[in-house]
Design a protein around this ligand. Structure first.
Ligand code: ATP
Ligand code: MG
Length: 414
């Protein structure tokens, strides 16, 4: 891919309203553009990374037996009246009226729709359990949208819902989804903690949050320095230095970014919305549910917070926008530049996804932009290209190696 064709509108100046590193990188690096408070266009570079995150999420959920569907963002008020949430959701719910004066909202979450979809076809224990998810744009009129994609008013979420005949089936599935979340966050190379949490607007009995550890996180986590005990401070306000409630270790505090939230809903929606099934004994019961959210657009920022040093980015290999960044030092219409293009062809033929900086820019501009684009491996095509030699830089390990062009395809790219 030619960089000139990718549309990566990097900025020379740091945008003033961006306070945290990930937000600064996304704006300065030409990853996204703000439209209004908390509403963004994902430009090609960011969108490519988001799609890779989505692939990982899909792989891990499909592996445990979930099916993907796609529900409407525009939701009728009637369903929200049925669940009892039309009144209680408050100003965060984006409400609108159609030409026939019928009221709707833009979905901040999809418990109402999924319950209505499932209740029409699931009436027997024989059809349970079931796990359905989507990856979709959500709308929440946040009081204080901030930090770019961290707290948007329009954002991408993965939401999964599970349906069960028995509490033990819910428990089993909850653990299985929890394990899938662990796999996803590990593949994204994140440092995180799983903490007990308050259930908020979604409701239900118990829930846990996946917190990416980071100083700019909006949540405070209390955790034991010696055991797995960890909780959101909202739920369990323990002073730093006090003994851990499980008797093991001392309480510490840390800041976290909530990237996922998993709930055992129980019958919070099935009861008011009259979603019942017939059990083995022929008796009618409300279906037992779980719901599991993950902030896809928030994740790209969480990864950036943990994978930049002084605004220089190295994306984890699992979601890198390209495998290799080829950077010719010579301007277009020179032999060196032509050789760089040949190298791109060679690497692409070997199956690598390559970005080449074909722009008529100085080396300084190219390197500054490359630091923001964050591809781990660079092939610098410079002076020695006439001898058939280029430089390979590993930006993660800070190593530079001279490599013969013909050996490039066998280089140990990890
Ligand atoms: P928060 O406490 O941050 O407002 P929440 O508890 O309201 O989050 P959920 O309703 O559980 O969030 O949504 C599931 C996931 O969606 C969250 O874990 C988070 O990663 C993401 N998310 C929630 N609100 C936003 C937002 N305004 N912008 C971006 N991502 C969000
Ligand atoms: Mg919220």
């Amino acid at each position: 891919m030619k960089q000139s064709m990718m549309f990566i509108p990097t900025l020379r100046e740091m945008p003033k309203d961006a306070e945290i590193a990930s937000h600064q990188i996304l704006l300065k690096g030409g990853y996204m553009k703000q439209h209004a408070a908390g509403i963004y266009t994902y430009l090609p570079l960011a969108y490519k990374i988001i799609q890779k995150i989505e692939v990982i999420v899909r792989e891990e959920l499909n592996r445990i037996g979930c099916s993907e569907l796609f529900m409407p963002a525009l939701q009728s008020k009637d369903l929200w009246i049925e669940s009892g949430r039309w009144e209680v959701y408050g100003k965060e719910l984006m409400r609108l009226t159609d030409r026939h004066e019928r009221e709707f909202c833009l979905g901040p979450t999809h418990e109402e729709i999924i319950t209505a979809v499932a209740r029409d076809s699931i009436n027997s224990y024989k059809k349970l359990p079931l796990a359905l998810y989507q990856i979709q744009t959500k709308f929440r009129d946040e009081f204080r949208p901030r930090f770019g994609l961290m707290r948007g008013r329009e954002f991408i979420m993965k939401d999964l819902y599970t349906f069960h005949a028995t509490p033990s089936s819910l428990d089993e599935w909850y653990l299985s989804v929890r394990e899938a979340y662990i796999q996803i966050l590990n593949r994204l190379d994140l440092h995180y903690r799983i903490v007990s949490a308050a259930s908020g607007q979604i409701g239900g009995k118990s829930s846990e949050e996946f917190m990416v550890l980071c100083d700019i996180g909006e949540d405070t986590i209390v955790y034991s320095d010696q055991s797995n005990f960890a909780s959101n401070v909202e739920l369990c306000d323990l002073a730093e230095g006090s003994p851990s409630p499980d008797g093991v270790g001392i309480i510490r505090h840390a800041k976290g970014i909530e990237v996922g939230h998993i709930f055992k809903l129980g019958t919070k929606y099935s009861e008011p919305m009259n979603f019942q099934f017939v059990d083995e004994a022929g008796k009618k019961n409300p279906v037992i549910m779980g719901c599991y959210g993950m902030g896809i657009s928030r994740l790209i920022m969480a990864v950036l917070e943990q994978h930049n040093t002084n605004l220089k980015v190295v994306w984890p290999q699992s979601i890198t926008p390209f495998d290799i960044h080829v950077i010719p030092m010579d301007k277009p219409q020179t032999l060196g530049y032509q050789e760089a293009m040949n190298i791109v062809q060679l690497l692409e033929a070997s199956g690598f996804d390559v970005l080449v900086d074909d722009r008529n820019e100085t080396a300084g501009v190219k390197f500054n932009d490359a630091d923001l684009i964050g591809i781990r491996y660079r092939v610098i095509v410079g002076r020695k290209v006439s001898e058939g030699i280029v430089e390979v830089k590993d930006m993660l390990n800070h190593t530079t190696q001279e490599v013969l062009i013909q050996d490039l395809k066998n280089y140990q790219w990890k």
